[in-house]
Design a binder for this molecule. Structure first.
Ligand SMILES: [Zn+2]
Length: 232
């Protein structure tokens, strides 16, 4: 359930979930606060109030990360800014030359069509990247599937399928390459152990920085998809 934190000091969208835990826990999932409560705590009010300083600090970091995207009319494709034009067009379109996305926001079909077009763009990009890395590493996924994942950029299942998030379409190419390579290496090394990170570091010596940057990109990608899919 989506709620707005009804305090006078700020409005933070949050979800409450109840789990078999001893203590309450707060985490930010992208643009939303997740309040995890043990079953015996009835209301989130007290936990939220007690952690007000932490929530405020995190929330302002999030706002800082998306401050240039707040006008609501921008999207990003492969790290480049596109302007969303809400107009009475019959068909939606993505113009790469002028960096514009035309769609009628009131039309749900238009949004589906734009998502489909973005998926196609990402598929082409991923194919190119995977071909190169498969040649280099000898690792080949059985299948690549692009999904709307809520918390992950990508995952690798034990049957050799690599799932990648549609949000990758917003990222600069080096980030897409990193995530793809990371999941590809999981085909032979499931865990994030020393050997795994050593293999990663041979292609991406700065992988620690990239991992950090990806946290910011996650928040930005959430905002960009909100922009694209909003009704107004
Ligand atoms: Zn991993």
């Amino acid at each position: 359930m989506d709620l707005i934190l009804g305090c006078d000091w700020m409005e933070v969208p949050y979800d409450v979930v109840r789990r078999d835990v001893k203590y309450p826990r707060l985490v930010f999932r992208g643009l939303k606060l997740l309040v995890i409560l043990p079953h015996f705590i009835k209301s989130p009010e007290e936990v939220v109030t007690m952690n007000r300083a932490w929530i405020e600090r995190k929330w302002s970091q999030i706002q800082e990360a998306i401050k240039d995207l707040n006008t609501g009319d921008c999207f990003m494709i492969f790290g480049e800014k596109y302007h969303i034009e809400n107009s009475n067009v019959e068909k939606p379109s993505i113009l790469h030359e002028g960096k514009k996305i035309f769609l009628n926001r009131g039309n749900r079909k238009h949004k589906e069509q734009v998502i489909k077009a973005l998926k196609k763009l990402l598929e082409i990009k991923l194919e190119e990247i995977i071909t190169k890395y498969s040649f280099k590493t000898g690792l080949k996924p059985k299948k690549i599937s692009i999904k709307h994942q809520k918390t992950l950029w990508g995952s690798c299942s034990s049957n050799g399928v690599i799932n990648l998030n549609i949000k990758l379409v917003c990222l600069p190419e080096n980030m897409i390459r990193y995530i793809t390579f990371h999941e590809l290496i999981h085909l032979k090394r499931r865990k994030h152990d020393k050997i795994f990170w050593h293999t990663i570091s041979q292609e991406f010596p700065n992988y620690k920085e990239i991992e950090k940057e990806l946290q910011i990109h996650w928040i930005r990608a959430e905002k960009l998809f909100q922009n694209l899919l909003s009704d107004s």
